[in-house]
Design a protein around this ligand. Structure first.
Ligand SMILES: *Cc1c(COP(=O)(O)O)cnc(C)c1O
Length: 377
C-alpha cells in the first residue's frame, strides 16, 4: 500500500491552443500539490475515517462545541443571502478581541484575507518579505498577485533575523511583511521587542495569530493595531473552535486599510453557516475552554514523550502542534510507516526543515496511538 496522489485528476495538462490568452504570470505559476481528501486517504489506507488518527493539519479533533452544532441545526434562514456587512459577527468579534467593530472584517478563512491583502497592495513586481520556515500561503498569495517574494530566513531556533528584515525592507517595491505568532510549523512566539522594532519600517506588517488561543491571548498584539497604522492582525476559528471545514477567519485592521478592503471584498464572502457557527462558538466559548486546555496538555505530553525516542528531537511549541527533527532515519519513511499504522503526521523536506515531521496535538487516545506506532517502527 502506498500513499499516492490521485492520478488523472488534472485534466487538460497539455498546452491548449487558447492558452496564450491567459495572463503569462498565471500560465507560468508552478502547480501545487493538493492534500488528499480524508475519504480518499481512508480508502487508500483501508481504514474507516474514525480509525484514522489525523495529526497532520492542526485541526481540532474535538470539533465544534455542542452548542455550535445545535445552532447550525436550528438556524431557519439558509435560503437567505448573508449580511455583506457581517454586523452580528463583527459585534461579537469586537467583544471577543477588545477592538471596535469598525476595525474588524471576517473572511472565508484567514486565507481569504491574506489573499485580499496581497491583491490590494501588490502590483506586478512589488514584493513581500517572507520569513521561512513558515506557513506557505504568504508566498503563494504573493505570487498569485504577481508579486515577488523576498525571503529572510529565520535563525535555527526559528526566531526572526530582524536586521536582515530591515535590510530587505529597503529593497525596491517591498510593501508587505508577513509574521506568524505562534509560527507554523515550529510553534514559537514572536518576540514583542522584535515586533515593536519592525513596526518602524515603512511597510505593512501582517501578523498571523492563527494559533494564539493555544499560546494565551495575553500574547496577542491585537491591542497594538489601534496605535499602529501599519499593523494588521489575522485570526481564525479553524483551530481553536474546531470548524476548519466551515472556513471562518477575521482580521483587525487599521481603519484606513479596512476602508479599501470593504470596496474590494466579495459581498457574500462569509457564508451563513460559518456565521451561525462563529456566533455560537463565541457565545459559548466557555464550553470550548476545556478542549483547548486538553489540547495544550496533550502538546506538553507530546513534547515529553516524543523526546524519549532517540530518533526524534522535538522543538518547544506554544501552539497545538510539535515540530520534530528526525535523526538517523528518513522522515519520509517514518511518515509512511506511521500512515500504515493509521497515524497521519506532516512531513517536511524543505530548506530549514530538512528531515522534519510535525505532529498536531490530538486527544489523549490519539497520542497513545502515535506513541504505540512510533514504538513499533
Ligand atoms: C491554519 C492556518 C491558517 C488558515 O486559517 P483559515 O482560517 O483556515 O484559512 C492561517 N495561518 C496559519 C499560520 C495557519 O497555520
Amino acid at each position: 500500500m502506498e500513499i499516492t496522489q490521485p492520478s488523472g485528476s488534472r485534466p487538460g495538462q497539455a498546452a491548449h491552443s487558447f492558452e496564450h490568452l491567459l495572463r503569462p504570470d498565471v500560465a507560468g505559476l508552478e502547480e501545487y500539490t493538493p492534500i488528499l481528501p480524508f475519504e480518499v486517504l481512508s480508502e487508500q489506507l483501508g481504514r474507516r475515517p474514525e480509525e484514522i488518527v489525523k495529526l497532520d493539519a492542526n485541526e481540532n479533533p474535538y470539533g465544534p462545541a455542542p452548542a455550535v452544532r445545535e445552532a447550525l441545526t436550528a438556524f431557519p434562514f439558509y435560503h437567505i443571502y448573508p449580511d455583506p456587512e457581517q454586523r452580528h459577527l463583527r459585534a461579537a468579534l469586537s467583544a471577543y478581541v477588545g477592538a471596535p467593530a469598525e476595525m474588524i472584517l471576517a473572511g472565508h478563512g484567514a486565507d481569504e484575507l491574506l489573499d485580499y491583502l496581497c491583491r490590494i497592495f501588490l502590483r506586478p513586481g512589488d514584493a513581500i518579505i517572507n520569513c521561512p520556515p513558515t506557513f506557505g500561503m504568504y508566498s503563494f498569495d504573493a505570487q498569485l498577485s504577481s508579486g515577488r517574494v523576498v525571503e529572510v530566513w529565520r535563525r535555527p531556533d526559528f526566531s526572526l533575523d530582524v536586521a536582515g528584515i530591515e535590510q530587505a525592507a529597503a529593497g525596491q517595491g517591498v510593501k508587505l511583511l508577513f509574521l506568524t505568532s505562534p509560527n507554523n510549523p515550529d510553534g514559537s512566539l514572536l518576540d514583542p521587542a522584535d515586533l515593536r522594532r519592525l513596526l518602524r519600517l515603512p511597510l505593512i506588517v501582517i501578523l498571523d495569530e492563527a494559533y494564539i488561543e493555544f499560546a494565551g491571548l495575553e500574547h496577542s498584539a491585537v491591542s497594538w493595531v489601534a496605535g499602529h497604522d501599519n499593523l494588521v492582525v489575522l485570526r481564525t476559528f479553524s483551530k481553536w473552535a474546531g470548524i476548519a471545514g466551515l472556513r471562518l477567519g477575521y482580521g483587525i485592521f487599521p481603519v484606513w486599510i479596512l476602508r479599501h478592503l470593504w470596496k474590494f471584498k466579495q459581498p457574500y464572502n462569509v457564508n451563513v453557516a460559518a456565521t451561525v457557527a462563529g456566533l455560537a462558538a463565541l457565545a459559548h466559548r466557555a464550553d470550548l475552554a476545556p478542549t483547548i486546555a486538553a489540547l495544550i496538555a496533550e502538546r506538553q505530553r507530546l513534547q515529553v514523550e516524543l523526546a524519549r525516542f532517540p530518533f526524534l528531537q522535538p522543538y518547544p511549541s506554544q501552539a497545538n502542534f510539535v515540530l520534530c527533527r528526525v535523526q538517523g532515519r528518513e522522515a519520509t519513511a517514518l511518515k509512511l510507516a506511521l500512515a500504515q499504522a493509521g497515524v497521519l503526521v506532516r512531513h517536511y523536506a524543505k530548506p530549514g526543515l530538512e528531515n522534519c515531521i510535525r505532529v498536531s496535538a490530538g486527544r489523549p487516545a490519539d497520542t497513545d496511538a502515535l506513541l504505540a506506532a512510533l514504538a513499533g517502527v
